[in-house]
Design a protein around this ligand. Structure first.
Ligand SMILES: Cc1cc2nc3c(=O)[nH]c(=O)nc-3n(C[C@H](O)[C@H](O)[C@H](O)COP(=O)(O)OP(=O)(O)OC[C@H]3O[C@@H](n4cnc5c(N)ncnc54)[C@H](O)[C@@H]3O)c2cc1C
Length: 514
């Protein structure tokens, strides 16, 4: 098998975290792996543009589920702690509301409980403790049957959950949405708003997300780390490990077409016209790109494009390198507005930029024992609709910018932006960066109870073509997309294993089992 593995040529399209992990794992297993990435650097959404001379993380900023990466590095014979410097953050996030009200959530649950007691009273703190018990139970119930499963279905998950797991889900209330479920825990609307926001980590509205999505809260309560060099350093580290295992990573290479022969993947053709033979292909771009025909007609049937109504959130972001004052920034900061429902009504029902956006600010050089820098490296982010039939106009985006920065100013945060030190990225820009996505950053929104089962798994209808990334199971977020890369590699290996076994049977018994 080892010899034939080296002969098996895999092309991975895209160096997002899913593509990098798949490339790493297959190269570590001895396959011949070439990764082709359109951008000049690895990382995909984990990008780090230079703004006014400073490299600013302008995609994911919250590093969670460290264990996922520990396993991935270990599976490639490496130790995560030797490859990357990760530091646990004592403050998970600082939350601010009008009138100077602030609440920090801590890595230490006892500190969070005390902070909530001071902020909203002891009864609400006791409710927080009950809430933590429920999110722990929901996470534990779903980790095996859903997150780690290859392609969960309602039937397989019901079987895997067992009576205990089913009881945990039943306790959430039949078909309950996240917002309603949180209303049964918290009487203080601010806490309901704080924990509802975790739906946006999957690009979804708390009013449409199933209550099970409260498991995202557990992911953050289990710890948030800062990565030395930023999240982009994770991408570089995975890329270098994959290279050490013999994968050939090539940047500035957009794949224009996947070629098939007899219905099976045969080669990929780059935009520059180069043809690279491929026995298997892993596509790490947004899976809608396939159904839209962006990778050629032969790959179109691999995956259906996402209906516009099912798209997840996009964002408008500002990457800023500027002195700040007037607000004690933590690493992760959230500035809320009072009318939370209006934000999601604007985005998902009225398909426009929110008039009252919640504003997230990552201050990359803050957190832990770090002293305040002279100039902060900031990512300012507000949720936005994915691109519809009408692209957003400059006037609309300017208005959103003004709502965003006046909210920060109301909280006392002043930062001097200039055209040189501020880079704005819009849903239209995200669509350009991630073709086929319409700027939706998390694939399909997790709206409704069945949505979790609607995501594609790694396998497609085109033999030899596999999927990895945030638009497929188990979903978006850096660790989840990394897991999708593991699933794609495992699915491909299982296929090779089964074909090599049937070949062995064919050779020894003279009869093919296929
Ligand atoms: C602003 C923002 C904030 C976020 N915040 C967080 C957070 O705090 N924590 C978290 O865990 N997650 C966060 N996420 C989500 C997370 O970043 C993504 O879910 C994850 O990084 C997606 O990885 P992926 O494997 O799908 O690949 P992507 O990052 O989507 O990369 C796909 C790659 O494929 C390449 N590609 C596509 N088509 C082709 C082609 N034809 N030829 C060659 N290359 C191609 C693209 O250039 C790209 O590099 C955030 C995302 C964004 C954008």
């Amino acid at each position: 098998m080892a010899e034939s593995l080296r002969e098996h040529r895999v092309v991975v399209i895209g160096a997002g975290v899913g593509g990098l992990v798949a490339a790493l794992q297959l190269a570590a297993r001895g396959l011949s792996v070439t990764l082709l990435e359109a951008a000049a650097t690895p990382g995909g959404k984990m990008r780090q543009p230079l703004v006014d001379g400073a490299a600013i993380d302008s995609g994911p900023t919250v590093f969670t589920m460290r264990w996922v990466f520990e396993q991935i590095y270990a599976s490639a014979g490496a130790n995560l702690a030797d490859e990357l410097t990760l530091s646990p953050l004592p403050v998970l996030a600082r939350h601010a509301w009008d009138g100077g009200e602030r609440l920090d959530l801590y890595a230490d649950p006892a500190r969070s409980r005390e902070a909530i007691a001071r902020f909203a009273g002891p009864a609400e703190a006791a409710r927080f403790v009950q809430f933590c018990k429920q999110v722990r139970a929901v996470y534990d119930a779903l980790e095996g049957p859903f997150i780690r499963s290859q392609v969960p279905t309602l039937a397989s998950m019901s079987g895997d959950l067992g009576l205990k797991g089913l009881a945990v889900l039943a306790a959430l209330g039949p078909m309950s949405n996240l917002w309603d479920a949180l209303g049964r825990h918290f009487q203080d609307e601010r806490l309901r708003q704080l924990f509802a926001r975790y739906a946006t980590y999957c690009g979804s509205s708390p009013w449409e997300a199933p209550a099970t999505l409260m498991l995202v809260t557990q992911v953050e309560l289990d710890g948030v780390w800062s990565v030395a060099g930023g999240m982009h350093a994770l991408a570089r580290s995975l890329a270098s490990l994959a290279t050490r295992h013999g994968a050939h990573l090539r940047y500035g290479q957009r794949v224009a077409r996947i070629e098939t022969e007899g219905g099976r993947t045969r080669a990929v053709i780059t935009a520059a016209g180069e043809r690279i033979e491929a026995d298997s292909v892993i596509f790490n771009g947004d899976m809608s790109a396939l159904g839209q025909g962006l990778l050629g007609e032969n790959a179109r049937r691999a995956a259906a494009p996402l209906a516009p109504a099912k798209r997840s959130l996009s964002a408008v972001t500002w990457s800023v390198h500027a002195p700040t004052s007037g607000f004690p920034l933590e690493r992760h900061n959230v500035f809320f507005q009072p009318d939370y429902a209006r934000e999601f009504g604007d985005i998902f029902a009225r398909h426009r930029l929110p008039r009252t956006p919640t504003v997230y600010v990552c201050a990359q050089d803050r957190g832990g024992a770090a002293a305040a820098p002279e100039r902060d490296r900031l990512l300012v982010l507000v949720n936005a609709p994915a691109q519809g039939s009408q692209p957003l106009t400059e006037t609309e985006i300017d208005a959103c910018e003004s709502h965003t920065f006046s909210l920060l100013a109301r909280h006392g945060l002043s930062l001097s932006r200039t055209p040189q030190n501020c880079l704005r990225t819009t849903p239209g820009d995200f669509q350009q960066l991630f073709p086929g996505s319409a700027g939706a950053l998390y694939g399909m929104a997790t709206h409704g109870w069945m949505s979790a089962f609607a995501r594609n798994g790694a396998r497609t209808r085109v033999p030899g073509l596999y999927l990895a990334g945030g638009s497929v199971h188990p979903g978006p977020g850096v660790p989840m997309a990394a897991m999708s890369g593991q699933l794609a590699a495992a699915t491909l290996m299982a296929h090779l294993d089964s074909t090599s076994k049937s070949r062995r049977v064919a050779i020894s018994g003279g009869m093919s089992m296929r």
